[in-house]
Write a protein that binds this ligand. Structure first.
Ligand code: TRP
Length: 341
């Protein structure tokens, strides 16, 4: 089958190339990507230019980029249905980002919670790229005229910035870009195994990676906090501590066909009745997670053993992305008066 997405709704999403993917990325972003690739014209990117705004190791950046492409393929993103992009291989991203930066106020960028968080996290590494981050992200989406963006809820402020830039551009230079919206997925908030906050690559002990075997998953879950089991009442999934465990169980049992509902209900009832045994719950949860990851791990092995196939997929996608990116840049530069018309 030929790639034939031009008339469909356009989707763009990216994952920072900072580390291997964990189940938080899988539930929060990749699963959404799997759903939309069936019906829409999709580009999924590894955003390496965003990754270098925070401290990183030049020696492993390329490995990380490659690993995420393989994770994408292993998870079921299908190069016949979507394009897989490595952001820095399409220089038009930075070109468009610069052009857009001239129509957006610095003060708005300085006020963004994501920028403030990063500033607090790396006080000695507050570079221009960090401030520019949302403009580059807007350029990513706008370069391909993206309309839907499957990302976690924490990215909403950046999508809002993108919409503001779209409106500003359209009003200054004529209708050019659609206003993008975030595409919601069920697992948009995946809790940390530490029991507080969100699962994150940068917090040790908070995550399960897509390549963990059953034993590793068991070990990681063993450290997740529980309580005496004698609290009783209705479990609150958004509570810190044991709530995280229930949220994970919920995310891995909540299937569309309802086939695993009884497992979640069983533990919910035991919690209420003060008969819950957390070791048993963790064992069952470890099995559920591993069952979901196992097919991905087998597919990953295939791509690891066929590196040339991966190279070809990347090269073909790149060519198609370049054509579309150049079209947008031509249009933008013409509208902005940078090319004679
Ligand atoms: N900022 C996003 C994140 O941290 C990554 C990203 C960069 C992105 N550019 C994008 C996501 C464009 C969606 C669309 O998750």
């Amino acid at each position: 089958m030929l790639y034939s997405g031009y008339m469909k709704k356009k989707v763009y999403s990216g994952i920072r190339a900072t580390n291997r993917l964990h189940i938080g990325n899988y539930l929060g972003a990749v699963k959404g990507m799997l759903t939309v690739q069936e019906d829409y014209d999709c580009i999924f990117s590894v955003v390496d230019l965003h990754a270098i705004t925070t401290p990183y190791d030049t020696k492993i950046l390329q490995t990380n980029v490659r690993e995420i492409i393989i994770d994408y393929l292993a998870a079921g993103l299908d190069p016949k249905k979507c394009l897989l992009e490595i952001q820095s291989q399409i220089p038009e991203h930075t070109e468009l980002a610069y052009l857009l930066s001239t129509i957006y106020p610095v003060s708005r960028l300085e006020d963004l919670p994501t920028y403030k968080d990063k500033k607090a996290q790396y006080p000695k590494y507050v570079n221009m790229g960090l401030l520019f981050y949302p403009v580059l992200m807007a350029a990513d989406i706008m370069l391909y005229k993206g309309e839907l963006v499957p990302v976690g809820i924490d990215q909403e402020p950046h999508i809002e910035v993108t919409r503001e830039i779209v409106r500003k551009f359209n009003s200054m230079f004529g209708e050019t870009f659609p206003q993008p919206h975030r595409f919601n997925t069920e697992g948009e908030y995946v809790p940390s195994l530490t029991g507080n906050g969100k699962m994150s690559k940068s917090v040790e002990g908070s995550y399960i990676t897509l390549t963990d075997d059953l034993e590793t998953i068991r070990k990681r879950l063993a450290n997740a906090p529980t309580d005496s089991g004698k609290v009783g009442g209705q479990i609150e999934r958004d509570k810190e501590g044991v709530g995280a465990l229930f949220t994970l169980l919920y995310l891995f049992t909540n299937k569309q066909d309802g086939s695993l509902d009884h497992i979640y209900e069983k533990y919910e009832n035991e919690y209420r009745d003060k008969t819950i045994r957390y070791s048993q719950m963790k064992e069952e949860l470890a099995n559920l997670i591993f069952n979901e990851l196992q097919p991905l791990q087998e597919k990953r092995k295939y791509f690891e053993e066929h590196p040339q196939e991966v190279d070809e997929i990347i090269a073909e996608s790149r060519e198609k992305c370049l054509i579309r990116a150049r079209e947008t840049i031509q249009e933008v530069k013409t509208k902005m008066g940078l090319i004679y018309r």
